[in-house]
Design a protein around this ligand. Structure first.
Ligand SMILES: C[S@@+](CC[C@H](N)C(=O)[O-])C[C@H]1O[C@@H](n2cnc3c(N)ncnc32)[C@H](O)[C@@H]1O
Length: 251
């Protein structure tokens, strides 16, 4: 089995692939934004200007797969695919979900149902806001939210003796080509992977999109597996991960 592999399939079909269990699962789950994915974002209008009328993104969801996403099946996958709770301290696995603010509560509840009953809330602070159209009317959001979920023992934690805050800076990614419209910055993913895994550990992203998690994990010498259902995203992600991983190997 390869050490980095992306599958063009639903994560629900994971058993077919026999991938190893993960020390860390990172997933940016489809957001519960329905047909308002671009609300307050300039791309709702042609050329970002409301004088030009609405663009083809107005009233649309990010992906046609969003509405079919099944949070309970996702949590079942995570509960099955995280390594077993160890007997020793400082080596337990965990999962990180990037999710919409209100969805955090749903995932905290689901976590309890699927044996991942403990959590730490995470905030990712950007120095910009995509809600520019509301900027003169109200306080606009510049944060993304997430959860760290774990079973019982505190997860493996490589903090080098330093305090780690639950509010992370959203480091802009100027290195990685952009191939997906909700692509996460690879430096941020690397930071999370470094904290919660060691070299050689397995990282899984069940909703891989651009493959950014796999790329970050591979750059740090972790094994990485992921699933992406959309053919086009899968093809772009595969290209991105392979080309960038090769670059890393030859540096
Ligand atoms: C929010 S995006 C992930 C973006 C990714 N974190 C990145 O940095 O590029 C969610 C992705 O999950 C995919 N997806 C949705 N349901 C899925 C499923 N059941 N199995 C695998 N992929 C799925 C969607 O096609 C979409 O590309």
């Amino acid at each position: 089995m390869k050490e980095v592999e992306l599958y063009n399939d639903h994560f629900q079909n994971y058993k077919v692939y026999g991938i190893p269990k993960a020390q860390l699962i990172i997933a940016d789950v489809p957001y519960n934004l329905g047909n308002n994915a671009y609300a307050s974002n300039p791309s709702w209008y042609v050329d970002g200007d409301n004088k030009n009328g609405e663009s083809d993104k107005a009233g649309k969801q990010f992906f046609d797969t969003d509405k079919d996403f099944r949070p309970a099946e996702f949590m079942h996958f995570c509960s099955q695919m995280l390594v077993k709770e160890p007997k020793t301290k400082k080596s337990a696995p965990c999962m990180i979900i990037f999710c919409e603010f209100e969805d955090q509560f749903r995932y905290i509840e689901l976590g309890k149902r699927y044996g991942l009953g403990k959590y730490i809330n995470l905030v990712f602070r950007k120095n910009f806001s995509s809600q520019v159209l509301k900027a003169n009317m109200k306080v606009v959001g510049n944060c993304e939210y997430g959860l760290l979920l774990y079973r019982d023992k505190l997860p493996k934690f490589n903090n080098d003796g330093r305090m780690i805050f639950n509010c992370f800076d959203w480091v802009q990614d100027n290195e990685t080509p952009k191939v997906h419209n909700t692509q996460k910055p690879v430096p941020l993913l690397r930071r999370l992977i470094e904290i919660f895994t060691d070299k050689g550990d397995v990282v899984i992203d069940p909703c891989a999109g651009s493959g950014s998690t796999l790329l970050a994990a591979a750059q740090l010498g972790r094994k990485a597996y992921g699933f992406e259902i959309k053919k086009k995203f899968f093809a772009d992600a595969n290209k991105l991960v392979l080309s960038q991983v090769q670059q890393t190997l030859f540096q």
